[in-house]
Design a protein around this ligand. Sequence first.
Ligand code: ZN
Ligand code: ZN
Length: 126
Amino acid sequence: MRCFFHADKPAIGNCKSCQRGLCQECAVEYPQGLACSGRCEADVEALIDLIRRNVEAAGVGTQLLLGYRRALFASAAFILLISAVFIVAAFRGDTFHGFLFAFGSMCALFGLYHSYRAFKLRAPGQ
Ligand SMILES: [Zn+2]
Ligand SMILES: [Zn+2]
């Protein structure tokens, strides 16, 4: 590959914005790629900035989702604990307390549903 601007010089790579081949003399180097010196620098800087912000935004989204997942697990654990208390209470004493058992069972179902939702929750790309 030859430099787009100097047909006699070998290109060291392509501009990240316009994709033209660039020689050492025409290229401005960035950690993420090359830009045409004096032509595409602003474009390539904007492009790199855009990618960086996208990556950061994706990270924030994942953090929020993981926080929500933790909260779901915590509430599921709490609900299951309460349901266990009611179910145990239903069997205490001489008589079986149907109401306590029914309430405890309903809590258990709700807690299991919460756990299921938390397990199903996945960050994008995971
Ligand atoms: Zn360019
Ligand atoms: Zn050149």
